[in-house]
Design a protein around this ligand. Structure first.
Ligand code: C2O
Ligand code: CU
Length: 491
C-alpha cells in the first residue's frame, strides 16, 4: 500500500520503524500518542563555528493586509515590515541585532518567545524595558543559544497587537545532521474580521475571555488560505508547524503520509510517530514527513473539529527515489539545556484557576489606580495563578512574584489546572523539561510552553540559571490579559 493512500485511521495503526526496535503505541486520554521504545540518545550538536551577527530592522506600523484574497477589501493590519510575515533566520551561536521602530499609535515591544536571553532583552514593557512609545525605537541584541523554530511578538495589548498581525518567525539553524529535502513553514493563525468590509471585529469578548477564548472568523496558513506546497516526491521533508493564534488549540496530524515529531517548541526529541498532537497558542512542532509520490498528495490537518480541517496540502514533485526505504527520520541534535537535578530540586505548586477581582489596584505609593483608564489596563479578571490574578492587561503595576527562585538551583513546578478549559502555560527565559502528567501521555521533552488540558496536573523541571523577573502565564492571550499571568524572580 502506498503511503499516499493511507488515511487517518489507517495511519493510526501503522507501525513506525526506528532502527528495528520493537515498540508499542499508547493512546493517551489527552489524545496524543507516543510510541515507547528504548530511546535512541540524540547526538550532541557539533560546534557551530565562527558566530555571525544578523541585523534586522523591524518597523512596526499599520499596513493593509490582503487576507480575504486579491479582489476583496483589505484589512487594517499591523506588521513588522512590508512583507506581512517577517522571518529571521540565523545559526546557533549567532548574535541577533534587531532595531525595532515603533510607528504604531501605541507603545509596543518585542518578546522573543522561547529564547534563553538576558532579561533586558526579553521585551516585556515595564518589567524588562521601558515601553517603546510611538515614534521611538529599541535595540535588541542577544546571542542565540539554542537551535529550533521560534517566534516573536509584542507583550502588551497583545490580543490586539497580535490580533492585527504583529508576530514574526525566528528559525535558528544547526540542528539537522543532514539537510531535509525541503523545509516548509506551516504557520497557523486566525483573524477576527468582517468578511464584507475587511475590518477587524472586537479582538476580545468578555464571554470568550471567561471561557476558551474568542475565536477568529478566518483561519489562515502562512497568512492565506490553506496552501498547496510542492515537495520532492518520496523524500523526507521538514515541516515547521507554529500555532501563532491568540486563542485556538489545534490538534495536528498528517493524512496520507508517514510523519514523525522531531522537535517540540524547537527542541529536538527522539523521533516518534505523529498521530495527533495538541498545539496551544505559541506552541511549535517540527515534523518529518515522507513526501507523497509524484503527483500524489498528503495533508496536514487539524483534527480538533467535526471534520479534519486541511491546513496545508503537500504534493509530491519530480521522480521518487529509485529504492524505497522505510520511513526512519534521522534525529536532530540534542538540546543543550542544563539538566535539572531532580533529587535536590525544590517542588513548587502552581494552581491555574479562575477568580474575580475588583477594578482597581493600589500602587506601591498608596495611589489607587483605576484599571479601566488606560491602554493595557483591564477591569475584567477571570483567571488566576495560585489565587493571584494579574491586575491589568499590561505590566505597569506588577503584583508580588509567584515565587522567588535561587539562581543555579533546580526546580520542579507542579502545574495544576483546576478549570474546565485548556491553558498553554509559558515561562520566559528558561526552557523546561516536561516530566509527566496525570492525564496526557507525552514523551519527556524540553519545551517553553506546556498545554494543560482540563483538570490536568503536569510536572516541569528546570535549572533557574537566568537571573531576572520572568513572566509565567497562559498563552491564550485573553486568559493572560484577564488574570492568568504572574512572574517568578531568579536571583
Ligand atoms: Cu509568547 Cu509571555 O509570551
Ligand atoms: Cu488559559
Amino acid at each position: 500500500m502506498s503511503a499516499s493512500r493511507l488515511q487517518g485511521p489507517a495511519l493510526l495503526r501503522r507501525r513506525f520503524l526506528v532502527g528495528g526496535a520493537a515498540s508499542v503505541a499508547l493512546l493517551s486520554a489527552g489524545g496524543s500518542v507516543a510510541e515507547r521504545r528504548p530511546p535512541r540518545p540524540l547526538a550532541a550538536a557539533p560546534d557551530p563555528g565562527t558566530p555571525a551577527t544578523h541585523r534586522a530592522h523591524l518597523v512596526a506600523a499599520p499596513r493593509p493586509l490582503k487576507l480575504l484574497g486579491p479582489g476583496a477589501p483589505a484589512t487594517p493590519g499591523w506588521t513588522y515590515g512590508d512583507d506581512p510575515l517577517t522571518v529571521i533566520r540565523a545559526r546557533r551561536g549567532d548574535t541577533l541585532e534587531v532595531r525595532l521602530e515603533n510607528r504604531l499609535p501605541e507603545f509596543t515591544s518585542i518578546h522573543w518567545h522561547g529564547i534563553r536571553l538576558p532579561i533586558a532583552m526579553d521585551g516585556v514593557p515595564y518589567i524588562t524595558q521601558p515601553p517603546v512609545q510611538p515614534g521611538e525605537g529599541f535595540d535588541y541584541r542577544f546571542a542565540l543559544p539554542d537551535t529550533g523554530t521560534f517566534f516573536f511578538h509584542p507583550h502588551c495589548n497583545t490580543v490586539e497587537q497580535v490580533g492585527r498581525g504583529l508576530a514574526g518567525v525566528l528559525i535558528v539553524d544547526g540542528d539537522a545532521p543532514a539537510p531535509y529535502a525541503a523545509d516548509v513553514l506551516c504557520l497557523l493563525r486566525d483573524w477576527r474580521i468582517d468578511e464584507a468590509t475587511g475590518a477587524f471585529l472586537d479582538f476580545q469578548t468578555a464571554a470568550g475571555a471567561a471561557k476558551a477564548g474568542t475565536f477568529g472568523t478566518l483561519r489562515t496558513t502562512g497568512l492565506g488560505p490553506a496552501p498547496t506546497v510542492a515537495v520532492p516526491a518520496g523524500r523526507d521533508v521538514r515541516v515547521r508547524i507554529l500555532n501563532l493564534d491568540v486563542t485556538r488549540v489545534s490538534q495536528v496530524g498528517v493524512i496520507g503520509a508517514e510523519a514523525a515529531v522531531i522537535a517540540i517548541d524547537g527542541n529536538a526529541v527522539a523521533p516518534f510517530p505523529l498521530i495527533e498532537w495538541r498545539m496551544g497558542p505559541a506552541m511549535r512542532l517540527d515534523v518529518a514527513v515522507r513526501a507523497p509520490g509524484p503527483g500524489a498528495t498528503a495533508s496536514i490537518v487539524d483534527y480538533f473539529a467535526k471534520e479534519p480541517v486541511v491546513l496545508m496540502t503537500l504534493v509530491g514533485e519530480g521522480a521518487a527515489p529509485e529504492t524505497a526505504t522505510d520511513f526512519d527520520p534521522a534525529p536532530l541534535y540534542a538540546p543543550a539545556m542544563p539538566e535539572p537535578d531532580l533529587r535536590n530540586a525544590e517542588t513548587l505548586p502552581f494552581v491555574f484557576g479562575s477568580t474575580a477581582v475588583a477594578g482597581t489596584v493600589r500602587a506601591p505609593n498608596g495611589q489607587v489606580i483605576d484599571l479601566g483608564a488606560s491602554l493595557c489596563l483591564n477591569t475584567d479578571s477571570f483567571w488566576a495563578i495560585n489565587k493571584q490574578s494579574w491586575p491589568e492587561r499590561g505590566h505597569e503595576f506588577p503584583p508580588a512574584p509567584l515565587a522567588e527562585l535561587q539562581l543555579g538551583r533546580s526546580y520542579v513546578f507542579e502545574l495544576q489546572n483546576v478549570t474546565p478549559h485548556m491553558h498553554p502555560i509559558h515561562l520566559h527565559g528558561h526552557t523546561f523539561k516536561v516530566l509527566d502528567s496525570n492525564k496526557v501521555d507525552r514523551p519527556v521533552h524540553w519545551a517553553d510552553t506546556v498545554l494543560l488540558t482540563p483538570k490536568e496536573r503536569a510536572r516541569i523541571a528546570f535549572v533557574a540559571d537566568n537571573p531576572g523577573r520572568w513572566m509565567f502565564h497562559c498563552h491564550i492571550i485573553e486568559h493572560q490579559d484577564t488574570g492568568m499571568m504572574g512572574y517568578v524572580t531568579v536571583a
